[in-house]
Structures are given as structure tokens and as C-alpha cells.
Design a protein around this ligand. Structure first.
Ligand code: 5RP
Length: 218
């Protein structure tokens, strides 16, 4: 079974958490795209969705699902999103699709953060397989990069990518993230950093892993 098929299994299984009249928080990425397609089958039963990226917003509308602004809701029952890596504590690295800031904002509104992944995303230590994305104000790019080097990272400018918020992304290699909560706080304190892709202060509540044997809910 290939990775896309496993993503589809996880996305389909997330539908069981969607209840009538809900406004569903929706992240972004290829796994979430599968979820949006599946959510289309429930479009007449839900109130709508809040999206964490312009791309997801567009796909939701194509499915006939109304999209609300985060400013229109005070909380969300569920937020469904993918991850680049997830550890046994349900902490994640996110931002492979450059949507990390809006994803963190929408996740913060949710009572139940449901992370949908294929099994290749499961790691023991964050940073083992995927560089850490950091969204940075463009004028601070070089100074943030220098600071990241002093912390032991090897930042790489993601060429040609501008986030939905008009900023740039630095992908930091060589970070073995042994203490994700402290790392998330430390990186957020660097002047010029908008958000970093460590999702540890607000981990997922529910993880759905797509496997060849079906969806495993943790
Ligand atoms: C986007 C994200 C995605 O959730 C993450 O990159 C996983 O993507 P995919 O489902 O395509 O593997 O954080 O910013």
C-alpha cells in the first residue's frame, strides 16, 4: 500500500469525529486534502469549517462547505490536521506546507486536535527525519538564521515560498529536539520569528494513523 492510500485511510477515519451542526477546524497539506474531499460527503450535515490556509479554504468551498473566519468562532469542537512528524507524546513538527502559523492559531481554538498521518510520520524524537520549519519576517531572515546556527541548527531558506501571511520559511536541519516544549518557547523568543513548527505546548489529543491494516486511533 502506498503513502497516499494510507493518508486516505486516516482521513476517512477522522469523519467519525464530525458531528451534526459542527464547525470543523481544518488544517492543510495532502492528508488534509483527502479529509476535505471526505468531508464533502457530510456537507449538508455540518455548519461549515474554519481553514488554516488559503488553499484549504479554496478546496472547502469547492466541496460546497461554508468557510468561517477564526474571528467568527470562540472555540471549535475538533481540528483535523496532518503533521510532518509526531512523537509518542503526540507532539509534532508541522509546516512542511508553510501553513504553520495559521495552523497553530486554529489548533489553539480546538477542544480536540485530531492529527491524521500515515505511519511514516511516527518518530521517537522530533527532528529525526524532517527539518524544522520556522516562519520569519522577511527583514529578519539573516539575523534569525545566524541565531539558529548558534543553537546548533543548519537553517536553509525555502526559496520561492511566501506564506499566506507574507513571510518566509527557514527549514532548520540538524535539530534533534529532545525537549520540544522548551525548544518551542526558545525559538518563539527570537526577534523576527513569527512561529516555529514545534507543536508541543498544544499537542494533539487524538492521533489517527493510516496503515495497511486500517486506521489506528491513539
Ligand atoms: C502544512 C503541514 C502539514 O500538515 C504537514 O506538512 C503534513 O503534510 P502532508 O499531509 O502533505 O504530508 O504542517 O504546513
Amino acid at each position: 500500500m502506498n503513502q497516499l492510500e494510507m493518508k486516505k485511510i486516516a482521513a476517512q477515519a477522522a469523519l467519525q469525529f464530525v458531528k451534526p451542526d459542527m464547525i470543523v477546524g481544518v488544517g492543510s497539506g495532502s492528508t488534509v486534502n483527502c479529509f476535505i474531499e471526505a468531508l464533502g460527503t457530510l456537507k449538508d450535515q455540518i455548519k461549515g469549517a474554519v481553514a488554516a490556509s488559503k488553499n484549504s479554504e479554496e478546496l472547502l468551498r469547492q466541496q460546497g462547505i461554508e468557510v468561517f473566519s477564526t474571528n467568527d468562532v470562540s472555540s471549535l469542537d475538533i481540528y483535523v490536521d496532518g503533521a510532518d512528524e509526531i512523537n509518542p507524546q503526540k507532539m509534532m513538527i508541522k509546516g512542511g506546507g508553510a501553513a504553520l502559523t495559521r495552523e497553530k492559531i486554529v489548533a489553539a481554538l480546538a477542544k480536540n486536535f485530531i492529527c491524521i498521518v500515515d505511519s511514516s510520520k511516527q518518530v521517537d524524537v522530533l527532528g529525526s527525519t524532517f527539518p524544522l520549519p520556522i516562519e520569519v519576517i522577511p527583514m529578519a531572515r539573516s539575523q534569525v538564521a545566524r541565531k539558529l546556527v548558534t543553537l546548533g541548527g543548519a537553517p536553509e531558506y525555502r526559496e520561492g515560498v511566501v506564506t499566506d501571511n507574507g513571510n518566509i520559511i527557514l527549514d532548520v536541519h540538524n535539530f534533534a529536539i529532545m525537549n520540544p516544549v522548551e525548544m518551542e518557547k526558545e525559538l518563539n523568543n527570537i526577534a523576527g520569528v513569527v512561529t516555529n513548527g514545534v507543536f508541543a505546548l498544544r499537542p494533539a489529543n487524538t492521533v489517527i494513523v493510516g496503515t495497511p491494516d486500517g486506521a489506528k486511533i491513539i
